[in-house]
Design a protein around this ligand. Sequence first.
Ligand code: GLU
Length: 439
Amino acid sequence: MNGALTTLDRRDTDRVRTPLSEVQAQFDRAAQRLGLDSGTRQLLRSPLREHRVAVPVRMDDGSTTVFNGIRVQHNDARGPFKGGMRFHPSADADDVRALAMLMTWKCAVVDLPLGGAKGAIVCDPRSLSVAEQERLCRGWVRQMAQNLGPAIDVPAPDVMTSAQHMLWMLDEFETIFRAKAPAFITGKPVGLGGSPGRSEATGYGVVAVLLEALTRLGLEPKGATASIQGFGNVAQHAATRFVRSRGTLIAVSSWDAGDRQAYTFRKASGVDPGDLSQLTDRFGTINRLEAAARGYEVLPGSAWLEQEVDVLVPAALENQITAANAPRIHGRVRVIAEAANKPTTSDASLLLEERGVVVIPDIVANAGGVTCSYFEQVQGQSNYYWTREDVLRKIDSRMTSAFAAVHERAEREQVSLRDGAYLIAVERVAHACRERGWV
Ligand code: GLU
């Protein structure tokens, strides 16, 4: 059976502008403003390395399925490559390249001593048994082990991968090298090398910078309203902290567990994230029949974007806010916090900028996850674990100071927050490449 050999290479004709070309265009703007020489530009526009693997997996029925995977290592001038591994049925090589590049800038903007990478395996874990998922994780590590490691490239969870997947990957790696290596991978379960606070870190960090942005706009978090796209790990924790900060969550959009279509679940009086998460599985899919029975209005998937709220939080996948749907965003929206990676296309960003909407760019907004991953490595390497409060406090302080620096740079240079963030990040990475004598 070869059903999983699908979309890693999308043809050019599929899309006029790929996420990679968009991220490159964003980089080019920063490079131009920073006056980078052409060698540095060439180096940073593309990944340093890419690894393609085919992973044969024995299925529960005795057949074999071959899963395609890719790991893109964009840049390691500031430290080992770092970035998540996603499982997704329509994972695409160009998207992974774009996401790897984003990781380089993300680590740099929060000043972590790490580079950028990203990987994907074309699969739908929702259709695999637990044992098949374990064999897939172990098979991937067997193919990739020589190119991974605490001082080489450190994977982490991403879309549809969990702490359990990370632990199987770690166990395979340690078996191959016959030594414990907790810093090989991050996002492990707490108690088995994971950092306290890792599962909430990304969502928690999103709200840390969102609160900063609201304050700077003169808006009180208390009484601010929000609509969120997605209800996976990042969205659930962002929702929880937003509501704890006395904001009101009006709508959440996610997949239905039955027909796997997207729906928006709305409660004008305020969604209780704890209540909704009881109807949600570990991939973030929500049971819409139960949600309706509990008093949620069930609307089309795209309705999350049209809500009359102060804040939108896209926390699902790439390219969700586009030039085509941006005009449907309500005039009340003041801030968009990009909890997902690359949820807004560059055309949509321009439209939103013209409307005066503040977009907190992904590389700042969702950097809480990789910041916690870095703390997890530090704790793992010293074999001494901090408290959850310590970890979250350190994340808060990194995130708010990174946001302040980005805000200051954007004001000073009269550019958007995204451009401000890129200027800081690209400058740091280019400096590291130069100092190492690469360019
Ligand atoms: N997948 C997350 C991200 O995109 C976390 C990466 C990591 O911790 O290495 O930022």
